[in-house]
Ligand binder design. Structure first.
Ligand SMILES: Cc1cc2nc3c(=O)[nH]c(=O)nc-3n(C[C@H](O)[C@H](O)[C@H](O)COP(=O)(O)OP(=O)(O)OC[C@H]3O[C@@H](n4cnc5c(N)ncnc54)[C@H](O)[C@@H]3O)c2cc1C
Length: 378
């Protein structure tokens, strides 16, 4: 049977980061994906600076990966109750269609020495010394980077996300609005809360547009998602390339267990419950798992510890935000407070797009605005 050090299942951002990190440590790496690249992926296409920093640290040529696509410096948030904050972010965001981004990233993984194969993984047997995939490939460690509907997660029997910790979103491409050039626009709504629509320009006169909401009852149809989009961003004109997918939110993530099968990115369930962002967490967790796979000791234990150090605070605060988010008034108050306080605005952005936590200043500002709101309504 063929033997490698690390087999990575899934060649999205998490899989590429895992492959690059394992290669950086000198391991032999096979990177498996059921699709040939380029392939599309339902996404808002926004990639935060922290995700790119992590890729650069793994040896990925980030300049080549981002070439030709816009950097957005501003973000405009409309809260469920209609308050607005529009500001310049300390760290900018790239918007790159995933069809392009992922193909470029896969190219980088190959350049760094990973062996790419088109193959759909269907079976996995783990024992004390290694893991066998589909009866033909034996690896010391397998990294499951196969996305929200992860087969690896199911094969190793990690509990699935609870429905109330999963969101669904649809995205497409429409004409960019001339009203907000160079800006990530997010419009929230208290109808079906938590829910929001977005428009992110991709630099060629078009924008990635979409709508997502938390799953709280029966599954949502494509038509219902499009009604949500039209309600929040009317007059978008024709929309091409519509595609919906689930977002496994981090408060419902799977457990990180000991052993030789590590889950990363959406397969673990690391999407930010406030913003729906997942690429940075995919890349960060991929890098940690790729490194853990090459270190002495139990790979699962090493990975769990590293994840806790790197993202523990963010994940804990994300779970808190997910609970508080039941009340749209909390986000209304947070957005109002951020409109008057740049430090709070920057911390809100860092929490929504990267590894930030909830700061004391943000909590105080939100509580102050909540009590003003309560006083105003008496
Ligand atoms: C509509 C929408 C909008 C979003 N907008 C944003 C955004 O703007 N910014 C952001 O940061 N995040 C966003 N996200 C979240 C983001 O898309 C994900 O968090 C991110 O793609 C996770 O990366 P990943 O590598 O873990 O998984 P994926 O990108 O899903 O990659 C998984 C890979 O695994 C492969 N695969 C699956 N099964 C198998 C198998 N059995 N065998 C082999 N290969 C397999 C797939 O082909 C795929 O290439 C959005 C998500 C949605 C649905």
């Amino acid at each position: 049977m063929e033997q490698v050090d690390v087999a990575v299942v899934g060649a999205g951002p998490a899989g590429v980061a895992a492959a690059a990190a394992a290669r950086q440590a000198g391991a032999s790496v096979v990177l498996l994906d059921r699709h040939a690249f380029p392939r599309d992926k339902s996404c808002g296409d926004g990639i935060a600076a922290e995700g790119l920093d992590q890729l650069a640290a793994l040896g990925v040529d980030v300049r080549a990966v981002t070439a030709g696509y816009p950097v957005l410096h501003r973000i405009r948030l409309t809260s469920p109750g209609g308050s607005v904050v529009d500001g310049r972010m300390h760290r900018s965001v790239h918007v790159i269609p995933r069809e392009v981004l992922d193909a470029r990233l896969v190219g980088e993984a190959v350049r760094l020495g990973a062996e790419l194969r088109q193959h759909r993984v269907r079976s996995l047997v783990a024992d004390a010394d290694g893991v066998t995939l589909d009866g033909t490939l034996r690896a010391s460690v397998v990294i499951g980077a196969d996305g929200a509907e992860s087969v690896v997660r199911r094969l190793v029997d990690r509990p699935h996300q609870q429905a109330t910790r999963t969101a669904i979103a649809i995205r497409g491409y429409a004409a960019a609005s001339p009203q907000w050039p160079g800006t990530q626009v997010i419009v929230m709504t208290d109808a079906h809360w938590p829910a929001y629509a977005w428009t992110f320009p991709i630099g060629d006169g078009r924008a990635n547009v979409g709508y997502g909401q938390l799953l709280q009852g029966p599954p949502l149809s494509r038509a219902e998602l499009l009604v949500g989009l039209d309600r929040l961003l009317p007059d978008l004109g024709p929309i091409e390339g519509l595609r919906a997918a689930h977002l496994p939110l981090s408060p419902g993530r799977a457990a990180v267990r000991d052993g030789r099968v590590l889950l990363v990115g959406d397969a673990l369930g690391l999407v930010n419950p406030l913003s729906g962002e997942g690429i940075s967490y995919a890349v960060i967790s991929g890098a940690l798992a790729g490194r853990a796979a090459t270190m002495p000791g139990d790979p699962g234990t090493t990975y769990r510890r590293a994840l806790k150090v790197r993202l523990g605070r963010h994940l804990r605060d994300a779970a808190l935000m997910h609970r508080l988010n039941r009340w749209p008034s909390v986000l209304d108050a947070g957005v109002r407070a951020a409109a008057d306080d740049d430090e709070m605005f920057q911390s809100l952005v860092r929490f929504g797009l990267a590894d930030g936590g909830v700061t004391l200043r943000a909590l105080r500002g939100t509580v102050r605005e909540l009590s003003h709101g309560a006083a105003g309504s008496r």
